[in-house]
Design a protein around this ligand. Structure first.
Ligand code: TYD
Ligand code: MG
Length: 489
């Protein structure tokens, strides 16, 4: 708009007197200064795609109305170029045989759960992003970890909390460590000055959305800032060999705020999740260049920070539901970890016209599918019933092997008949009511055996995959009706 105004002013120039011409020339030079320094760039807020003009639909990720305008200094573009080219120049093409693949020495984080999720410890020069909802415990997890790391100099850069708040948190955690330094800073250049002074062996940025670089005009947390700061920190990690832990916020939709590009830049993305009203938290690996993404860490938030839960089945063992209907026990697998977990259900006659369906810790669409299978394939009339489902401990389980346990809990509540407490279940339910095989059956059986279950219902097709001898009495089920007969007759 500014430039059109100047243009119109320009066409009027011949009719103006000397004074006006002088003012005009000041304006023109100011205008050209602004134009030279700032430019508008549009970013897709979903994937970080950059475009010189606004677009309705992102050509990269296909999302609609995701473009946002950000002002950038022209010289910032050249700065960004340098960040990207930091790895260039010294590489020489070679055959795979010539490449040495020695096992990377890893830093032991003094936390079995974190080590497991990282794939055996933190790799030097790697950048790890820890995402999660506000208040879930990201800062607590990181602070507690570096406090435990005696002998490793770490620098914790906090952009969200004051040093006093961090002190109070450290007091709750109750560990003292003089190798751990704290600084409250959000300017990237100042952060690097501190880093130069301290030369830490581990750098923590809490959070990446609060850090900003002077090279860009946009505000902290904007796509270009997050991208630029993450790229500079990556460059620092790779050049100095110092591992960097970035804490990132999560958007309402559940993805890490800032563009997807952040996930591409870093080596490892961990997600910290759980229900704030429950004590249990899960640390999940979403991307890991140095390990498996099937790993899972489980913590319990208590008065003095996070406690590692090495035996997840203890979530179940604390409860005693003898003689209650609507409770069934599943041998589930999350990632590669087996655990035995309780499924609770309540079925009651709908008080209103439309029956209510609610699930906590389980996919509600899958629950609706299972209810339809019960209705159509096993003849249970649930269409006029309210159905509530809850997975104990506030955990969210995505394992399809939970299906059989969900169906059994619903039937148990609907019929008001209890399921024997010594029985454990696993199996996926298909649309025609068949029980389909599950993965890692031996691990599930072992876990149930370890916890003293005497009977287990497993899919018939899994039976031939079992090599090891077990003391558990195994019952094979082919259809939902088989399970029903075994449990309630
Ligand atoms: P925090 O680490 O600040 O979360 P985030 O950085 O993900 O926003 O965690 C804050 C929550 O953790 C807060 O609700 C209090 C709770 N908490 C405990 O229950 N026990 C503790 O020892 C600590 C330090 C925090
Ligand atoms: Mg925090």
């Amino acid at each position: 708009m500014c430039s059109t105004l100047f243009l119109e002013f320009g066409t009027m120039q011949p009719y103006l007197n000397d004074k006006s011409t002088r003012i005009f020339s000041i304006f023109t030079s100011l205008n050209s200064y602004i134009m030279a320094k700032l430019k508008s760039v549009y970013f897709c807020s979903n994937c970080g795609y950059e475009s010189p003009k606004w677009m309705g639909r992102c050509p990269s990720c296909g999302e609609w109305s995701t473009f946002v305008e950000e002002l950038m200094r022209k010289d910032a573009a050249s700065k960004q170029e340098d960040t990207r080219s930091f790895l260039e120049g010294k590489s020489v093409p070679m055959t795979l045989r010539e490449i040495k693949a020695d096992e990377e020495p890893r830093i032991d984080m003094q936390d079995a759960e974190l080590n497991r999720v990282l794939g055996g410890g933190l790799v030097p020069a790697s950048v790890v992003l820890i995402g999660g909802e506000p208040g879930i415990g990201k800062s607590t997890l990181v602070l507690q970890t570096i406090l435990k790391l005696k002998g490793i100099r770490s620098l914790y850069v906090s952009g969200e909390e004051s040093a006093r708040q961090l002190k109070l948190r450290a007091e709750r955690i109750g560990i003292e460590n003089d190798d751990c330094l704290i600084v409250c800073e959000t300017n990237l250049d100042d952060i690097f000055k501190h880093v130069k002074q301290v030369s830490p062996q581990l750098l923590i940025i809490d959070s990446i959305q609060t850090v900003y670089s002077d090279a860009l005009e946009s505000s902290p947390g904007s796509i270009s800032q997050v991208r630029e700061c993450a790229a500079s920190l990556l460059k620092f990690a790779k050049q100095s060999g110092t591992p960097v832990l970035l804490i990132g916020h999560i958007t309402k939709e559940g993805s890490i705020a800032g563009p997807k590009i952040l996930e591409h830049i870093v080596d490892t993305v961990l997600q910290f999740e759980g229900d704030q009203h429950y004590m249990y938290r899960i640390l999940r690996s979403i991307k890991n260049r140095f390990g498996s993404t099937a790993e899972l860490g489980i913590y319990e938030m208590n008065q003095s920070g996070l406690r590692e839960v090495s035996n997840p089945s203890e979530l179940l063992l604390t409860q005693n539901h003898d003689g209650l209907s609507g409770v069934s026990i599943a041998a589930a697998i999350e990632g590669v970890r087996p655990f035995v977990i309780e499924t609770q259900s309540l079925v009651s006659t709908a008080a209103y016209g439309t029956p209510q369906r609610s699930a906590t810790g389980f996919d509600i669409r899958r629950m609706n599918m299972l209810l339809a299978v019960l209705e159509k394939r096993a003849g249970f009339k649930l269409a006029q019933k309210d159905v509530f489902l809850n997975i104990a401990g506030g955990l969210r389980v995505n394992d399809p092997g939970m299906d059989l346990s969900v169906i059994s809990a619903v039937l148990s509540s609907s019929l008001d008949m209890t399921i024997d407490r010594e029985t454990c279940l696993c199996g996926e339910v298909g649309l025609s009511g068949e029980i389909r095989p599950v993965n890692r059956i031996e691990q599930r059986i072992q876990e149930a055996e370890k916890l003293g279950f005497s009977r287990m219902l497993i899919p018939a097709n899994n039976l031939k995959g079992i090599q090891k001898k077990t003391s558990i009495e195994l019952h094979q089920v082919k259809r939902v009706s088989d399970a029903f007969r075994l449990l309630f007759s």
